[in-house]
Design a protein around this ligand. Structure first.
Ligand code: FAD
Length: 480
């Protein structure tokens, strides 16, 4: 039988159940269809498209090395699949499932249409350890709190079976014509993403290399180091997981191997803690599936009436480009712009500043992240922003306003992260680097810092804005 294997965000050959089934059934025609408008309001942003370009290039090479080319097309998915069926005589279409509301609706429709015309279709789970409908509370309702959710998942048993990548893939004698990757126009016009290549190697080989490196070098200390933006202490697997260049079963299997290899309680704690973060990714998908409106609306209805502030262009720009005068926030926002990624600890801090101290709607930040993160993921981003803004599931309470100065002194104690991303402050001693406005004039001068000159004064009074945010909390508490 001839199969159209429809690649989406499962851009890998290892542990790819749709591919494994297609191989069992005969000839495989691997296809990627670029149809961003089908993702509705949350079509991939600039950084994601950059990643996608390189990931498709890598997938194309991996397939070619196994004997078949990737056919790239653009246009409406259903019509493109139908055209490919006509051109190739394929009898079935296989794919791995996605869970965003717009894509579930699209894929359900496509499945029905193809079946109605006599084409076999089947979808598989490549992206999650536990699909959202398989985990529920005793009363059948979805979890809204992470700890019991993860406990229930662990009770079900974390899957660790991984299918190896095939050595050869049998394609048809002739493939249908495709478009070039370049013709999709995924790369940005301006070379803003030039720095991304230093940090990232999109594609399955890059994902596997990063997983191996993290498991060898960092996972044992993960529990302690995961909060430190100044260290390479987290896995940085998020974009690879988002694009399915690696799957969570592979991460879980690697954890099991690492446990056997690393003795010691601390190492095991690190491994469990890393797996728990993969659990947060599961939880994010669980929430978005069961509460599909939360990509745009707060889960906690009390927040619908909150009078979020409309930021003026200049203030928003200062936050976006790291010119707030609050060093840790500026470092994080500049790192995001330069590398397409931001450490989790500082994601929470910049999000707290935007939503609490500046009072802006969380979607203002979510949209910026969406365009600039290489790991922009509707489930993860929605959870992260709603959690920090206090309006989501298992959220940080609204009255928790992160203090970027204290957080900086705790998690970047020597100021190394700041020195890397805010070179204007690099010569300040650690004592003042997170609070330059308190440094004596002579120290500022010796370090070449001119507040309001080569480095801005804070755009917001942290203490006063915190007080205002707490007042807002009183309003929210009283709202039903
Ligand atoms: P690690 O610490 O190594 O964790 C391993 C994996 O677990 C990650 O790759 C990721 O897939 C998952 N994970 C870890 N923490 C979380 C979390 N809190 N929620 C969901 N999954 C998690 N993550 C995204 O993948 N895409 C986003 O668009 C995104 N937006 C965020 C926005 C805000 C405001 C916040 C506070 C968090 C956001 N996160 C998002 C979650 C988290 O910051 C990133 O997943 C993490 O920083 C990625 O780095 P890592 O791969 O080194 O993570």
């Amino acid at each position: 039988m001839k199969t159209l294997l429809w690649f989406r965000r499962d851009l890998r050959l290892t542990d790819n159940p749709a591919l494994a089934r297609a191989l069992e059934d005969g000839e495989v025609i691997p296809v990627y269809i670029h149809a961003p408008e089908e993702e509705g309001d949350w079509a991939p942003g600039g950084a994601s498209l950059w990643w996608l370009h390189h990931s498709l290039a890598a997938l194309g090479e991996d397939l070619r090395a196994r004997g078949v080319d990737l056919v790239i097309r653009q246009g409406a998915s259903l019509e493109t699949l139908q055209a490919l069926i006509r051109e190739t005589g394929a009898q079935q279409v296989l794919w791995n499932r996605l869970y965003e509301p717009a894509l579930i609706a699209r894929d359900t429709g496509i499945k029905q249409q193809l079946r109605d015309q006599g084409i076999r279709t089947q979808s598989f789970n490549a992206a999650l350890l536990f699909e959202p409908w398989t985990v529920a509370k005793q009363d059948g309702t979805p979890y809204k709190v992470f700890t019991p959710f993860w406990k229930a998942c662990l009770g079900l048993g974390v899957p660790v079976d991984v299918t190896p990548a095939p050595e050869r893939i049998q394609g048809p004698a002739q493939l249908p014509p495709g478009e070039t990757l370049k013709s999709l126009g995924l790369l940005p016009d301006i070379d803003w993403a030039a720095g991304f290549t230093e940090l990232w190697q999109p594609g399955e080989a890059g994902a596997l290399a990063r997983l191996a490196e993290f498991m060898d070098e960092a996972v044992a200390d993960y529990d302690e180091m995961r909060n430190r933006p100044d260290r390479d202490g987290s896995s940085r697997l998020s974009p690879y997981l988002h694009f399915g260049e690696i799957g969570p079963r592979q991460a879980a299997a690697a954890c099991q191997v690492a446990k056997d290899r690393h003795g010691g309680k601390a190492a095991h704690q690190g491994i469990d803690s890393f797996l728990r973060e993969i659990g947060w990714r599961e939880f994010a998908h669980h929430l978005l599936y069961h509460f599909p409106r939360t990509s745009d609306e707060p889960l906690d209805p009390r927040f619908r009436k909150l009078p979020w502030r409309e930021l003026d262009e200049e203030t928003l720009r200062a936050w976006q480009r790291g010119r707030t005068g609050i060093p840790l926030v500026d470092a994080a926002m500049r790192a995001l712009w330069a590398t397409g990624w931001m450490h989790n600890r500082v994601r929470m801090i910049v999000a707290s500043l935007l939503t609490k101290n500046l009072g802006a709607h969380w979607l203002t930040g979510a949209r910026w992240f969406w365009d600039t993160l290489v790991d922009a993921d509707l489930a993860g981003n929605t959870l992260g922003w709603q959690w920090t803004a206090g309006c989501g599931a298992d959220a940080a309470p609204y009255f928790r306003v992160f203090n970027p100065v204290l957080q900086g002194e705790r998690f970047d104690p020597n100021g190394d992260y700041l020195r890397q991303w805010v070179p204007e402050l690099a010569k300040l001693p650690a004592k003042y680097i997170h609070r330059p406005w308190e440094a004596p004039e002579a120290i500022l001068k010796a370090a070449g810092v001119r507040l309001g000159g080569n480095y801005p004064r804070p755009i917001v009074d942290l203490a006063e804005s915190r007080r205002q945010a707490l007042e807002m909390w009183e309003v929210i508490k009283g709202t039903k």
